[in-house]
Design a protein around this ligand. Structure first.
Ligand code: ARG
Length: 460
């Protein structure tokens, strides 16, 4: 069956476009999200056209008034974008024609949907990058607060998911602070490449009309404009860069989620998630699950998928525009919305967690993770580190087999392993001393964490 409505490009053809082919190629259901950006771009374009006397001031006014009404109609829902219009640009163009007649056609002087959609995409990305930055700021604040609250709380630091050494919990939170700070910087940096106007590149080769693309760029708040019209319409590397930044954020969130899931489990029991952010089981009444963190971890997979999709869509496309590129919207929108949603909810989730300090204090006081203290004690007494390590390893084995925890091993037993060990060994067999006595830059000591927090506050 053929299509009733005439499409923008139809005049050259003797047969109307097949309806199934149109349904297949229509992107309205996805790109309708860009209606605000599209109208904004059109207003800037027609303003420039009037300034350059390509259209009259009266025509521009009529077009702008019509576009403004259409924006309201789309916002209120009185105008519902229909798939038959092929894409959101055409929805708006057709509606404008209905409202103001043939003059509507003048809006498209010197502009193709190719530079139009590239402009809309950049405007959309700009808004999302800003929103993602501000949600990251929220998360960074919560992290600093957590680091401050738990600066003097000792937890286990892990390597290979094995208890490694006692650390200040603040140090742990500040590790994530650093990751999300880099994520924010990454967005700040890519914004330089996002905020470039492609408007005025037309289909891909520019225009014979005396356009002023610098002016439309300025009207849209872009920092600069394209320098090559082919690149302007066919570049999607910025979309890939943005989804890649979202993927890295999601990877950080997913690791953090994994810690929260493990730490809130009965087996670890280090952390309590507030009931307001935990879920139960419909069958097992005792369950308290960390579904929010699990969902964040799961959604990470989807964002990675979007990155792969975009890289694959672009691979092998000949210059310049190809319709394949229409497929960029879904991964872009999904990544932006998922990343913003996840960062925002994760900050709230984190705010609603508490460390089980008493339990942690008990666990860290006697643990084998104090073993490094013995080795470093021996090093301070001039034993070469490799020997110190070997001696300590033997002490650890003895502790495990005899069931006597390190701080309770009698000094005579210690001395059987090394006569360098004296009664002062017990001074360092305390988690607090272990943390406190770390001396190196950026270490897990309470003082180092205080310093890190102080520096971090300057970045908020
Ligand atoms: N819907 C299209 C897209 O999102 C708009 C550009 C159409 N251009 C074209 N030459 N068919 O990519």
């Amino acid at each position: 069956m053929s299509n009733k409505k005439e499409l923008l490009w139809q005049s050259r053809f003797s047969l109307p476009f097949d309806r199934d082919a149109l349904l297949f190629s229509s992107s309205v259901h996805v790109d309708k999200k860009l209606y605000r950006e599209d109208i904004r771009g059109s207003i800037a374009h027609v303003t420039m056209l009037a300034e350059e006397h390509i259209v009259s001031a009266k025509e521009a006014d009529e077009i702008i008034a019509g576009l403004t009404e259409i924006e309201e109609e789309l916002t209120s829902g009185s105008l519902l974008p229909h798939w038959e219009d092929e894409d959101i640009h055409t929805v708006i163009e057709n509606r404008l024609k209905e409202k103001i007649g043939a003059v509507a056609g003048k809006l498209h002087s010197g502009r193709s949907r190719n530079d139009q959609v590239a402009t809309d995409t950049r405007l959309y990305m700009r808004r999302q990058v800003e929103e993602l930055q501000s949600s990251l700021n929220g998360l960074l604040k919560v992290l600093v607060e957590k680091a401050e609250t738990y600066r003097d709380t000792i937890i286990f630091g892990y390597t290979h998911l094995q208890r490694a050494q006692p650390i200040s919990a603040g140090h742990y939170y500040m590790a994530y602070f650093n990751m999300f700070l880099r994520d924010r910087d990454r967005l700040r940096d890519l914004m330089k490449r996002v905020n470039i106007s492609p408007l005025g590149a037309a289909a891909f080769a520019g225009s014979t009309l005396p356009l002023n693309p610098r002016r439309s760029a300025e009207l849209l708040g872009f920092d600069d404009l394209f320098s090559n019209s082919i690149d302007a319409v066919s570049d999607r590397d910025i979309v890939i860069e943005f989804i890649s930044a979202c993927s890295i954020i999601m990877m950080h969130l997913s690791r953090f989620s994994e810690d929260l899931i493990l730490w809130s489990s009965y087996e670890f029991g280090y952390l309590e998630i507030s009931d307001a952010f935990a879920t139960g089981s419909s069958l097992m009444p005792q369950k308290k699950n960390a579904d929010i963190a699990e969902l964040v971890r799961g959604k990470t997979g989807r964002v990675y998928g979007n990155l792969m999709a975009m890289l694959t869509i672009m691979k092998g496309l000949p210059l310049s525009y190809n319709r394949d590129m229409q497929e960029d919207k879904q991964p872009l929108f999904d990544s932006a919305e998922t990343a913003i949603g996840c960062v925002t909810i994760f900050a709230k989730l984190l705010e609603n967690t508490t460390l089980r300090e008493e339990k942690l204090a008990k666990l860290t006081a006697e643990d084998l993770s104090l073993a490094t203290e013995i080795a470093e004690y021996l090093v301070r007494k001039q034993v070469p580190f490799r020997d110190a390590h070997r001696i300590t390893g033997k002490i650890v084995t003895w502790s495990i087999t005899s069931g006597v925890t390190l701080p309770h091993i009698p000094v005579e037993t210690f001395r059987e392993f090394s006569d360098t060990i004296e009664a002062d060994i017990y001074d360092c067999l305390k988690a607090e001393v272990s943390v406190k006595s770390k001396k190196t830059h950026g270490s897990c000591s309470f003082d180092s964490v205080a310093l890190q927090i102080e520096e971090a506050r300057k970045q908020l």
